[in-house]
Write a protein that binds this ligand. Sequence first.
Ligand code: SAT
Ligand code: MN
Length: 583
Amino acid sequence: MATDCEADAHRWVEEQAAWLEPKRIQWCDGSDEERRSLTELLEQTGNFIPLNHRLYPNCWLYRSDPRDVARTEKSTFIVVPERDDAGPTNNWMSPDEAHERVWPLFRRAMRGRTMYVVPYLMGPPGSLFCRVGIQLTDSPYVVLNMRIMTRMGRVALEELARQKRFVPGVHALGTLDPEHRYILHFPRTETIWSINSGYGGNALLGKKCFGLRIASWIGRCEGWLAEHMLIVGIEDPSGRTRYIAAAFPSACGKTNLAMLVPPKQFDGYRVWTVGDDIAWLRIGPDGRLWAVNPEAGFFGVLKGTNARTNPNAVATFQADSIFTNAGLTPEKTPWWEGLTDSPPPGTVDWQGRPWRPELGPVAHPNARFTAPAARCPSISPHWEDPQGVPISAILFGGRRKTLVPLVYQAFDWAHGVFLGATMASETTAAQSGAVGVVRRDPMAMLPFCGYNMADYFAHWLEIGKRLRHPPLIFGVNWFRVDEQGRFLWPGFGENLRVLLWVLDRCEGRVGADETPIGYVPHEHDMNLEGLSLEPGAMTKLLAVDRAGWRQETEAIAEYFEQFGDRLPTALRSELVQLQKRLG
Ligand code: SAT
Ligand code: MN
């Protein structure tokens, strides 16, 4: 029997359908049969190509519209009555403008098409963390992705009956015209509208739209955090596992870190993947911070992913996965830069053209795999625990060629919030626009915070006050280069060495150098056994360039300006103290 809330959901669907005018409405149940029929339908378009079912069972290659290949931040808006409540780092639109200018774009947008109703969960069912969303979409590709990325279908309706509340999302492909693309978030009514894109974070509304922008606002109101963080467990040879949550901007190696394979010197250690992109964090009854991964799959970067850099990812996407904007070999397997040295002869590029070097890369630089988390060989036995996993340390990392050391520890929570709030990173192909430009990306949430970033910093400071056993906070940078532009640190599995130092600090087992920017490792406390670094590399990696940091504080002061009086005084005073320490 339908619950009241199901009746509400039906009423809402009917209302939207009256505006969107689809030919028919299909409620998705998440069944295999449904997957098969959607797959068949998509195959007929020619853009959804079955892969070699012996080498990649149940896998498809999808080619998106070449104008629709990454999140478009300029089309992404927070819709609230007051501009200031969206803050200086978000695009803002008033609710009136949204209704007058954007809603008409949805009028008859689904004419002649099927409207899929996708009930889905963010978080494990039955968990305090778990939330219900319902996405309407006219894209079967989006449905198939949501099916992997979330717990979708019947399970969500059951949860809806308990929670009696859902986040509505309306997604229409429209014309895919980037000039009229809008991804709108209404935090006050917990609603999402998206039109003229079918790609990734623009269109899979559970991910960044709900999982981060809407959830960050709900978290602020309810006293928890929604963060752009991976969650990873490190099991030591005694069998004890400790968990780290780490924020990095898109395409900076979160998936690789979450699925890290210990170097062979670290026999007896195991690394467990809990999540690779989003963490929802709550203060537990024990005063510690607990985290769940609200997603059920990975939407990972293909470029550079291979059996050496990330064997767990390769094993994960070997079946039941979707490859978006990769190349295609004559053997009907997907190919991307970094998979092997060069594409096999006869490979076609991500747009289906016989590849020649003049055409540019074989795969789009933001080509992605969508794969079920449960397939991952390193998936944590606790990844679906309703209470989450306890977090010992939080890392904030960016892509910085210079200045930022390999790892350093904040003096305390407030300093850690300052560290996160001021982090910067070079832009990547995950967002449209120029690549390699350094920009401030506070907590890696710049494109994902659903409200004024200054209030978000204040919320972080508040959470710290309520934590009896707060995680320690660290900054990391795997991307520092030498004078010739070569990476000083090998990264990938070797990052475990840094994580182990972090955990040693959490246990109070090692000392550190107190520098103006925080605690930096003594070289001898880092386990570098079996690692061949250039002579002097470690010294360079851990160096604190005072003159450079003095300049950085000036840039930070300027960046803080935009937040005006809303910036918490604690952060201003962190800056003053840093300036003092730098002399
Ligand atoms: O396109 S997504 O937003 O899903 C991926 C990313 O940019 O992190
Ligand atoms: Mn991400």
